[in-house]
Write a protein that binds this ligand. Structure first.
Ligand SMILES: [Fe+2]
Length: 223
């Protein structure tokens, strides 16, 4: 079996206006109006109350496990929501994912994060991820703090971090178009300063890069 586990060089960074025009509120609203996209697997409700929602369905629906767009709209006033598996959701997001795939030789996903009210308590305090992440601010402003890599990489430690006495190595206010590179195991915290829309592009450090056929189809269809 062919395998080629290359090391991935991925360093912490922050660049202003790196990727302008990635996604607007209007484009995001267009996406959540497409009900078949709103599957329960894709739409992640970061609901501190962990509510379960039910809705009426009709005979034409191919997937009854899709949230009604008006429910998502009203939940956006209360909680932070993100949508995963969105790397082909718009041409610009697809193009940026393709650019990162060429650069890092990794399969890249796109998660769209939405916080419509900065007073909503963000469910993730300081935490670290198991993947590298490139995050692009699309609307609004977010304060990002990043701390140096933790020694304990265990899952139990991932969200149980107290960084209050630690000095961050990066502390920036991200504005539209700004991008930040957060390596895996680096604790970070995002605090929305205004309503905000951002897209994060996670990918694994280790991946068998010998087989490109498992990468997403990045051709963009036009007619
Ligand atoms: Fe994170």
């Amino acid at each position: 079996m062919i395998s080629d586990f290359k090391e991935c060089k991925f360093l912490i960074d922050y660049v202003e206006n790196y990727c302008p025009n990635l996604l607007t509120w209007k484009e995001f609203a267009d996406l959540i109006n497409i009900r078949p996209l709103l599957t329960q697997e894709r739409v992640k409700l970061l609901d501190p109350k962990k509510r379960i929602f039910k809705w009426y369905t009709h005979g034409w629906m191919k997937d009854v496990n899709t949230y009604p767009p008006s429910l998502i709209r009203s939940l956006l006033d209360e909680i932070v929501i993100y949508l995963s598996d969105m790397s082909r959701s718009t041409k610009n997001i697809n193009d940026f994912a393709s650019f990162l795939e060429d650069q890092y030789e990794r399969h890249i996903d796109a998660h769209i994060y939405v916080c419509r009210d900065p007073n909503i308590e963000h469910p993730f305090a300081a935490h670290f991820d198991m993947q590298h992440n490139v995050i692009v601010q699309c609307e609004g402003k977010t304060n990002f703090k990043v701390w140096k890599e933790v020694e304990d990489h265990s899952i139990e430690k991932q969200i149980q971090l107290d960084m209050s006495n630690e000095e961050p190595i990066l502390d920036v206010i991200m504005e539209v178009g700004d991008a930040i590179w957060i390596p895996r195991y680096y604790p970070h915290q995002a605090i929305s300063l205004t309503p905000r829309l951002s897209v994060s592009f996670p990918f694994n450090d280790t991946e068998n890069t010998a087989h490109k056929d498992h990468f997403e189809d990045r051709n963009w269809v036009t007619l």
